[in-house]
Design a protein around this ligand. Structure first.
Ligand SMILES: Cc1cc2nc3c(=O)[nH]c(=O)nc-3n(C[C@H](O)[C@H](O)[C@H](O)COP(=O)(O)OP(=O)(O)OC[C@H]3O[C@@H](n4cnc5c(N)ncnc54)[C@H](O)[C@@H]3O)c2cc1C
Length: 448
């Protein structure tokens, strides 16, 4: 996918720091390379350590929800980069410690394993650094797909929070023993600066902003409405709700401050267009949290962190737009349809709302009336059962071509089960639709 200059500016910032670190390492440690076995390993270990620490700081930026960064990449993409950057940090940490131990073995005249207690004895804060290294390995192991499948999301999330502990625990041994920091004064200030700015960013966006927003709007649960056996609306009221700016299609993270709910925040799309006196989420019961959410007491304070996401009408490039919703994936599309109905844009819009059986369709009256207002065509697609539907069977690119005559010069917005989105994206790409015209929203931020 083509990168925008706004995205390139962040990559440039990342690369400038990579170059600064390398330049200082080259001036301090690189001359050791080739002098002898121990010194060479020491130099490699230092570079591994510097980059492991820097890469972990980058992890904070990737999940810090910094507004500008999120607006340029989208939380879903940042979360994917975060995953691979995390594994890079583990690899660099893996380079750092073994090479360090091996570099000191000849110095102390002992075998590599016997070096560790000597290092812990003689170098400041190395015990905490060792704990940090072990934490990083544990966190990475818990994020492997095989492990994630066995771990409840909440437990995975709590383990992941230990990353903050690991980064803080590792800092001490860097400033007390890091040759580059000890020898190059400005680099020492620069290093402190990197940590202070990164933790300040986390403090501001992950803690201050959600509470500041709550203090401004005092969001509370207004009412819960049942739509079907397992789908509900939750309306959220508050002060000056119209000042809470978001684009239709965006989501937020919600923290319901009530007994039995306050342990974790969950992401849900805002399922109505901006401009109303209330916010609304529409959710389908999936697991523990959504299973009990309908019992949330009226008046419960809601700390909302967001809006986030780039699944909005801002990305439209052509005069024709096709929305494909699978099941509960209708929520961002319902919101965008509402925005289209208000904006009256000169767009030819079609909505394909797919579900296994017709009794899974929700908000049909709302969607029909908005489709009329937006001059959009609604197609109901049912893959099973006999209820009234316009299209029967699975929704494929061929079915879309039959309905639309052509797939060319059309934006496709797709939100639904991962398997459906993957298949449709593949089929549309194979049919010649460019990646820039296919917009998707996944209802999961973590690979599962
Ligand atoms: C951008 C986005 C928009 C979403 N919009 C909607 C929506 O409009 N309507 C709707 O019904 N669902 C939506 N979801 C999905 C919703 O967040 C999950 O269904 C819900 O969090 C499941 O929690 P659970 O405890 O009931 O299920 P669990 O069984 O605990 O989790 C099921 C899956 O949900 C995801 N999940 C669970 N807890 C969290 C969490 N705290 N943070 C992130 N992901 C989590 C994980 O992938 C997990 O594997 C959205 C998700 C995302 C990422």
């Amino acid at each position: 996918m083509q990168m925008t200059w706004k995205q390139w500016r962040w990559i440039l910032l990342w690369a400038v720091n990579i170059v600064i670190i390398f330049a200082v390492w080259a001036s301090v440690s690189a001359p050791l390379i080739g002098t002898d076995y121990s010194q060479t390993l020491r130099a490699i270990s230092r570079l591994g350590g510097l980059y492991a620490a820097y890469t972990l700081l980058v992890q904070l930026w990737l999940i810090g929800r910094a507004k500008l960064l999120e607006a340029d990449f989208g939380l879903d993409r940042l979360t994917r980069i975060h995953r691979w950057n995390g594994f890079a940090a583990v690899l660099l940490a893996l380079v750092h410690v073994p090479t360090l131990l091996a570099s000191y073995a000849p110095v102390y005249g002992v075998q590599i394993p016997q070096v560790l207690p000597i290092i812990l004895e003689n170098f400041e804060d190395t015990t905490k650094a060792l704990i940090a290294e072990l934490l990083i390995f544990g966190i990475a192991a818990s994020s492997l797909v095989i492990a994630r499948r066995k771990l409840k999301y909440q437990w995975w999330y709590y383990i992941h929070l230990l990353t903050y502990v690991a980064i803080i625990f590792a800092f001490g041994h860097q400033v007390h023993n890091g040759r580059e920091l000890l020898q190059v004064q400005w680099f020492n200030y620069y290093w402190y600066g990197l940590f202070i700015v990164s933790f300040a960013m986390i403090g501001f966006y992950r803690f201050f902003m959600p509470f500041w927003r709550w203090n401004t709007h005092r969001f509370r649960v207004a009412r819960v409405e049942k739509l079907s056996a397992n789908v509900y609306h939750i309306y959220i009221s508050g002060r000056n709700v119209t000042d809470f700016e978001y684009r239709a299609g965006q989501f937020a993270k919600y923290w319901f401050v009530a007994r039995g709910f306050w342990v974790d925040e969950h992401p849900f799309t805002i399922s109505i267009e901006p401009g109303g006196e209330e916010l609304r989420i529409t959710y389908k019961i999936l697991g523990d949290f959504t299973g009990k959410l309908s019992k949330i007491p009226k008046g419960t304070p809601v700390v909302i962190d967001g809006p986030y996401g780039r699944f909005t009408l801002d990305r439209i490039q052509s005069k024709k737009v096709v929305f494909v919703a699978g099941g509960i994936g209708i929520t961002p599309i319902r919101a965008m349809l509402g925005e289209l109905a208000v904006q009256k844009r000169s767009l030819k819009a079609q909505i394909f709302y797919a579900a296994k059986t017709t009794d899974e369709f929700v908000m049909l009256d709302e969607i029909r009336s908005l489709a009329r207002k937006a001059d959009a065509t609604l197609h109901l697609v049912a893959s099973e059962g006999s209820g009234r539907a316009d299209i029967r069977g699975l929704l494929t690119a061929d079915v879309l071509r039959q309905e639309l005559n052509t797939l060319a010069s059309t934006d496709f917005y797709i939100c639904g089960p991962p398997s459906m989105m993957k298949a449709l994206r593949r089929q549309l790409r194979a049919a010649g639709v460019s990646n820039e015209l296919i917009h998707t929203e996944e209802f999961s931020l973590v690979k599962s």
